[in-house]
Design a protein around this ligand. Structure first.
Ligand code: COA
Length: 329
């Protein structure tokens, strides 16, 4: 068995209070609660209201995680925020969180790996604490996708939601509990299947070469679906095999919450009973980098993990990126 690295001291989540239901969407585009529920498993999602922001959600989730961890902001060595929807391109969300928390000693940066961002971030933190186990690192996944959603496009607008989840990590207390291994994967050959083009440096605002739709998330859903199921299955088995484990050793699978059918496919391939798979997609939709830390926080609150349990977190997102982190709780 590998020596464990990053140990999670505490988690937290923050969701905007505004709820957008499938019935609300029925009044906005040509869709139905039945279609959305059957094809995605989503019943409602949260969206920011006036005054709410990515950095605000990230900070709120971080405060809860720090409080549960019993760690003060001054003790933090590093803040990593995984996001694809920062408040600004400069400064980063991580810097805004550092300032809001008063985490004076901490370095801070954003990490861009779409829906796999939190697991990529956790893997970076794992490396830092393997080098010095006394370090304390805040890893956050936070998104405001509603401002990057084309509310006239029924093929995407029903899918996404806003929110943030956070974890405070340090070195393993005993080499047994914590991250056993992290597996990061990417394939840029199909990047064009899932894009958000109109916010970078290639096309300045108002550039006539870029259609209005490209200022929002665009996706060829069916193709993305196929890639997601293949990639998530393969990286899940890779993580288990690297540790000499099989799916039946798992207490809990926390998959990225993009589509209930993708989650169900993964559950079947791993031959796991439903109670071993955490699902909250019906409440929040796809919150990209925030989905896994929000789910982890809820799973802990529901008492789904106890000391020594094995949890596998698996993600997939635009790029494509995908990842798995195997952790002994
Ligand atoms: N309401 C009603 N009908 C809709 C609809 C909506 N919101 N969105 C699409 N449709 C229609 C389509 O126009 C299509 O109609 P047609 O057959 O007349 O052309 C039909 O439903 C089927 O569309 P299709 O895209 O094949 O549906 P699907 O079963 O693949 O489901 C997604 C669409 C987006 C839910 C699904 O492909 C998906 O979840 N993809 C992966 C998403 C994902 O994981 N993305 C992020 C990775 S992090």
């Amino acid at each position: 068995m590998r020596r464990a690295g990053a140990f999670i001291l505490g988690t937290g989540r923050a969701l905007p209070s505004r709820v957008l239901t499938n019935q609300d969407l029925e009044r906005m585009v040509e869709t139905s609660d039945e279609w959305i529920t059957q094809r995605t498993g989503i019943k409602e999602r949260r969206v920011v209201a006036e005054g709410e922001s990515n950095s605000g959600l990230a900070t709120a989730a971080a405060r809860k995680a720090l409080s549960k961890a019993g760690v003060s902001p001054e003790e933090l060595d590093l803040i990593i925020v995984a996001t694809l929807t920062p408040d600004y391109l400069m400064p980063s969300v991580a810097i805004l969180v550092q300032e809001a928390l008063g985490a004076r000693r901490a370095g801070a940066f954003d990490l861009s790996a779409t829906c796999s961002g939190f697991l990529y971030g956790l893997s970076v933190a794992d490396k830092f604490v393997r080098e010095d186990p006394s370090r304390k690192i805040l890893v956050i996944g936070s998104e405001v996708l509603s401002n990057k959603t084309n509310w006239e496009d029924r093929t995407t607008c029903v899918l996404f939601g806003d929110g943030a989840g956070a974890a405070v990590v340090t070195g393993s207390p005993d080499g047994r509990r914590g991250v056993l291994s992290a597996h990061l994967r990417a394939d840029g050959s199909l990047w064009h299947l899932l894009t958000l083009k109109g916010c970078g440096s290639l096309y300045p605002p108002g550039d006539p070469r870029l259609p209005r739709e490209d200022y929002f998330i665009r996706m060829q859903g069916r193709e993305v679906f196929k890639q997601a199921v293949r990639a998530m299955e393969s990286v899940a088995f890779e993580a288990l095999e690297a540790n000499g484990l099989s799916p039946s050793d798992l207490t809990l699978l926390i998959p990225h919450q993009a589509n209930i059918r993708i989650i169900e496919f993964l559950r079947e391939r791993l031959e796991l009973p439903a109670e071993k798979v955490f699902v909250n997609i019906h409440k929040y939709g796809n919150t990209s980098a925030a989905s896994i830390p929000i789910a982890l926080d809820e799973a802990l609150e529901e008492g789904r993990l106890k000391e020594g349990d094995l949890v596998l977190m698996v993600s997939f997102g635009g790029g494509f990126t995908w990842a798995a982190v195997l952790l002994r709780w």
